[in-house]
Write a protein that binds this ligand. Structure first.
Ligand SMILES: Cc1cc2nc3c(=O)[nH]c(=O)nc-3n(C[C@H](O)[C@H](O)[C@H](O)COP(=O)(O)OP(=O)(O)OC[C@H]3O[C@@H](n4cnc5c(N)ncnc54)[C@H](O)[C@@H]3O)c2cc1C
Length: 447
C-alpha cells in the first residue's frame, strides 16, 4: 500500500487498542454520518498482533479492587460477549482464590460486583472455600485459603485470533492497516503544539488526529512527543511527591505445562473457570521438596488448546534498569533478556501442584520454550487514557489491557464528541490532583 499524504485519523499500533479503536471509530463515523473507515489509517512497525496483544495469556476478568477498574472491565466483558465465537472468547468465568490477608479486600469487590450487577458468588471461610473448590476439582488441596470469588462472566480469549478478528472487522469497515511502517517522530507548527504530521520510516503522513496504542512502546512514543520523563504525584498523605519516573517496565512471567488440556476438566467434565490463587502458605518444590518461598505468592492458570496445555503465569517483577536503557526490542519471545527462566518454571509448576494433586510430579512436562514479555507501566500501574499535544489520544493500559476490548469503543465515542464517564478516572491529571485509585493487598501490581 502506498502511504497517503494525509489522513483524518492516524492510529499507531495494530494491537487490541489500536484495532478496537479503528473498528469502533469506523462504525461511529458511519453511524453519525461523519465519515467512515476510509478516514482511518492504522500503522504498525511490525505487523498485526506483533506486540503484547499477540503473546498475552488472554485472561478477561472483572476482579479489581478499584471501583473504576471494575466498571471499565464490566463494560469490556460486555463487548467480548457480543461475539464470543468471532473474538475466540471462552466465557468460562474466573476465580480469585485468596488467603485471609486479602479476605476483606475481596469482600468489597464481591459487594461492589453485586452493586453493578456483575454476577459472582462469594464463598467465605476455610472449610467453605475448600468444599467449594473440591466440588469443582476433587483433587483441590491448596492450603490457607479463606475466600473464593467466583465470577460467572469473563474467562479468556485466544490472543492472536481475537486481534486478527478485530483487524478483519476494521478492514471490512474500510480501515487501512499499513504494516512494516515505523513511526519515528512527530511534526507540529509550534513547540508542544498539535501534531500536524507523523514521521515514519516510509515518509511523513499528515493527520488531523493521532491515536496511540503502542503497548510496551508507550514510553518510546511518549518521549517522541516530548512529554515529561518524570512527574509530580499528590499522594494519599496529601504531600506532593516530585520526580517520579512516568514509565517503568515490568517483566511478565508466563509459561505452559505441556499436558493434555483435558486434564484440567472439572468433576462434571466441563472446562473450568480461569483459576487465580494468591497464597501465603509455604510453597514447596514438586520436584525436590525444597522450600521455594514462605512469602506471598500468586499464580493463574487455565487449560488452553491454543498454547497446547495448561497455560498461565505468576506475579511479574519490576525491571530495575533505567527505563531509558531497557531494550523493548526485540520483543516478547524474541527478547534475549526478558523471557522466563527455570526459576519461574519451578515455582509455577510447584504452585500448580500445591493447588491440585493432578499436577504433582509433572515438572518434566513444562514446555521449555521462550515465553513472557515486558510491559510499560505508569506510576500507579493503572491506565492513562487521555489527550496530549491537543490531538494525540494516548491509550496506555499499563499492561493489563488485553481484556480491555471495550476501551477502543469508548475512545471512539470520545473522538466523536461523547465524553466517557468510564474513562474519566484514568486521566493524566489524576497524578497532580491526587485522585488516585485505591491500592489492594494483592501481590500483583495490577489488582
Ligand atoms: C506475557 C503477557 C501476558 C499478558 N496477559 C494478559 C492477560 O491475560 N490479560 C490482559 O488483560 N492483559 C494481559 N497482558 C497485557 C496486554 O497484553 C497488553 O496490555 C495489551 O495487549 C496492550 O495492547 P496494545 O494494543 O496497547 O499494545 P500491543 O499489543 O503491544 O500493540 C502495540 C503495537 O504498536 C506497534 N508499535 C510500537 N511502536 C511503534 C512505532 N513507533 N511505529 C509503529 N508501530 C509501533 C507494535 O509493533 C505493536 O504491534 C499481558 C501482557 C504480556 C506481555
Amino acid at each position: 500500500m502506498a502511504i497517503p499524504a494525509h489522513v483524518k485519523y492516524l492510529i499507531i499500533g495494530a494491537g487490541i487498542h489500536g484495532l478496537s479503536t479503528a473498528y469502533h471509530l469506523a462504525q461511529q463515523l458511519r453511524a453519525q454520518g461523519k465519515g467512515d473507515g476510509k478516514d482511518i489509517l492504522v500503522v504498525d512497525k511490525s505487523g498485526i498482533a506483533a506486540g503484547a496483544s499477540g503473546i498475552a495469556c488472554g485472561v478477561v476478568r472483572n476482579n479489581y479492587f478499584q471501583p473504576a477498574m471494575r466498571e471499565l472491565m464490566a463494560h469490556s466483558v460486555s463487548v467480548w460477549e457480543t461475539d464470543p465465537e468471532g473474538y475466540s472468547y471462552h466465557p468460562v468465568g474466573y476465580m480469585q482464590i485468596s488467603p485471609e490477608s486479602m479476605h476483606a479486600d475481596v469482600a468489597t469487590i464481591a459487594q461492589q460486583q453485586k452493586d453493578i450487577g456483575y454476577e459472582s458468588t462469594f464463598i467465605e471461610g476455610e472449610k467453605e472455600s475448600s468444599d467449594y473448590m473440591k466440588n469443582m476439582f476433587h483433587d483441590w488441596q491448596a492450603q490457607g485459603i479463606t475466600s473464593v470469588l467466583h465470577e460467572k462472566r469473563g474467562g479468556y480469549a485466544n490472543n492472536t485470533k481475537a486481534i486478527y478478528a478485530l483487524a478483519t472487522r476494521a478492514e471490512n469497515e474500510g480501515v487501512r492497516i499499513l504494516t512494516g511502517c515505523k513511526v519515528t517522530g512527530f511534526k507540529s507548527d509550534s513547540a508542544g503544539g498539535a501534531i500536524k504530521a507523523v514521521e515514519t520510516d516510509k515518509g511523513d503522513i499528515g493527520c488531523d488526529q493521532v491515536v496511540i496504542g503502542a503497548g510496551p512502546w508507550a514510553k518510546t512514543v511518549w518521549d517522541m512527543l516530548e512529554l515529561p520523563k518524570a512527574i509530580s504525584i499528590k499522594g494519599a498523605d496529601g504531600q506532593m511527591h516530585n520526580n517520579i519516573p512516568m514509565w517503568i517496565y515490568w517483566s511478565l512471567q508466563e509459561g505452559t505445562l505441556g499436558v493434555d488440556p483435558e486434564l484440567q476438566k472439572t468433576n462434571d467434565g466441563q472446562f473450568p473457570p480461569v483459576i487465580h490463587v494468591d497464597s501465603n502458605a509455604p510453597l514447596y518444590s514438586t520436584y525436590d521438596g525444597s522450600l521455594i518461598t514462605d512469602k506471598m505468592w500468586g499464580i493463574y492458570y487455565k487449560p488452553d488448546f491454543h498454547f497446547g496445555g495448561i497455560q498461565g503465569g505468576a506475579a511479574p517483577y519490576a525491571i530495575d534498569t533505567d527505563p531509558d536503557d531497557v531494550a523493548v526490542d526485540p520483543y516478547g519471545v524474541d527478547s534475549p533478556d526478558f523471557v522466563v527462566g527455570e526459576d519461574f518454571a519451578h515455582m509455577w509448576v510447584s504452585a500448580l501442584a500445591h493447588c491440585q494433586k493432578r499436577f504433582e510430579g509433572k515438572f518434566e512436562f513444562y514446555k521449555n520454550e521462550p515465553s513472557g514479555g515486558i510491559g510499560s507501566f505508569t506510576p500507579d500501574s493503572f491506565p492513562v487514557f487521555d489527550v496530549f499535544r491537543e490531538n494525540c489520544y494516548l491509550i496506555a493500559d499499563s499492561n493489563h489491557g488485553y481484556k480491555m476490548l471495550g476501551v477502543g469503543k469508548l475512545v471512539a465515542e470520545e473522538l466523536c464528541g461523547q465524553k466517557s464517564r468510564l474513562l474519566e478516572p484514568f486521566r493524566f491529571s489524576r497524578y497532580a490532583e491526587g485522585k488516585l485509585h485505591p491500592v489492594s493487598s494483592s501481590p500483583f501490581p495490577w489488582s
